[in-house]
Design a protein around this ligand. Sequence first.
Ligand SMILES: Cc1cc2nc3c(=O)[nH]c(=O)nc-3n(C[C@H](O)[C@H](O)[C@H](O)COP(=O)(O)OP(=O)(O)OC[C@H]3O[C@@H](n4cnc5c(N)ncnc54)[C@H](O)[C@@H]3O)c2cc1C
Length: 405
Amino acid sequence: MDYSVIVIGGGPAGMMAAGIAGSKGGRVAILEKNRVFGRKLLLTGKGRCNVTNDTDIENHVANLFPQGKFLYSALFAFPPWKLMKWLEEGGVELKVERGQRVFPAEDDAHRIRNALVGFMKREKVELKTLQEVIKCERKGQGFLITIGKETLSTEKLILATGGCSYPQTGSSGEGLGWAEKFGHEVVNPEPGLVPLQTREKELTPAAGLLLKNVAVKLKNKRKKTLYSELGEIEVTGFGFSGALALSASLLVKEGQTYFLELDLKPGLEWSQLDLRLQRDLEDKNKDGLRDIMAGLLPRKLVVPFFEVTGLDPEKRASQVTREEREEICRGLKALSFTVTGKRDWSEAIITMGGVKCGEINPSTMESKLVPGLFFAGEIINVHGFTGGYNLQAAFSTGFLAGENC
Ligand SMILES: Cc1cc2nc3c(=O)[nH]c(=O)nc-3n(C[C@H](O)[C@H](O)[C@H](O)COP(=O)(O)OP(=O)(O)OC[C@H]3O[C@@H](n4cnc5c(N)ncnc54)[C@H](O)[C@@H]3O)c2cc1C
């Protein structure tokens, strides 16, 4: 055999796996189709890289789907605190921001990528870029890997080719096809952490507006709340983007009906808001309703608000009826939109779906079907909310695969 271990995919999971495998000795190579390692990693956190979440394992498991529990062993083997210590000992200073999100102190994802490349070099991993694997197959107890006209043989194989999101970064789903050829079931990939499209377009004139400190609920067609969170959402020409819309998208299945409900005044109960409105209407009784709402809404939302609610902006404050007040409160506390679908792969931060967890040994990341075959990172059917959970999952599974291969 040419190699003891070959890792396909030079993202965070593959680089961690290769470095750990290299640290055990043997001839290890990592094959990456791009000119550089970690192209997607460099885009994470808008170039700042939210590398993990500084919370306990239970919290990570709770933020991972569809079965966060599958990652218990991986997270125990390489927990968030160990990743942070490993990075800091490697010279990457870190900082913790709102929601316990961890970033490099210099706000630069290159620091994380360079730490991983440095690690692989120190562990004598053969770094092979511009190597697009076109075929992987079983050969005796090992594997044959084809790159162009060249074929490499290896005893152990780690597939860390990522999912299908942001295909322009190299993650275009080939690994999932190979997993299927090896006999694995692949849960149908769907875009995740992706902006949502809505039927109603009245907010379009406010596109680009970032609404901070709002509460968002995602409801199914029976109006059951599936997701509820406080934070930021961005108005777009097609619907909504921003952290809360992306997180809600993890619960949206294609072809089903959902409603996104915005509470623009989460700090006020409905009755408190009504009292405030009554006061405003009395104090400014000669004003038009448009001026009253200008005091309650961001400037860009005032005109769209009247479009959505159907209220008359010219109506004098003194003439607003109780029913109209109720309508205003509903518009502020429960502004509802019909979700018609998700944006496509090019805008999806992660892939929902992937190699079925039940066919992977959670303590080693080895395939239960093909001895010597390992999986790491987003190729596995586990994905998380925003906050650093996806990268931690990639590092922890990469660590475990590297240790056990
Ligand atoms: C815009 C954006 C922002 C994000 N921000 C965050 C964040 O701040 N925090 C967070 O936790 N997560 C974030 N994520 C998610 C995170 O980037 C992924 O979960 C993570 O990169 C998955 O790592 P991976 O190593 O499994 O796969 P990838 O990073 O996708 O790496 C897979 C690699 O395999 C290579 N490859 C694929 N096929 C082949 C082949 N045939 N031959 C050779 N090489 C191949 C690809 O070129 C790629 O480099 C973000 C994602 C995006 C798109």
